[in-house]
Design a protein around this ligand. Sequence first.
Ligand SMILES: C[C@H](O)[C@H](O)[C@H]1CNC2=NC(N)=NC(=O)C2=N1
Length: 96
Amino acid sequence: MSKLSEQDIEKKLLRFPDWEYFDNAIHAEFEFDNFRDCFSAMSRIAFECEALNHHPEWTNTYNILSISLSTHDAEGVTEKDFKLAEAIEMIVEVQE
Ligand SMILES: C[C@H](O)[C@H](O)[C@H]1CNC2=NC(N)=NC(=O)C2=N1
């Protein structure tokens, strides 16, 4: 899958207000009510990652989940990252 141009990424990000582009990846931070809700969302996201064979760089601190998405092979952001970002949004929307 080929790396998207910065212009294409910024255009796509208009539909992803939680996400921003820097350091060759797209990033989002989500806040939940507590650790339980946060980790539950992470578990759901993990299943999607396996289904898509695409995996985030992420960190969790109590109720905060920080996610970065890029495609290693392409050394940048591809459609795959947006596909996973969309799945993450669907999961987080109902739980955040
Ligand atoms: C071998 C396997 O297909 C690759 O390592 C996959 C797995 N998950 C991945 N996840 C992400 N975010 N980027 C990749 O390039 C990637 N590659």
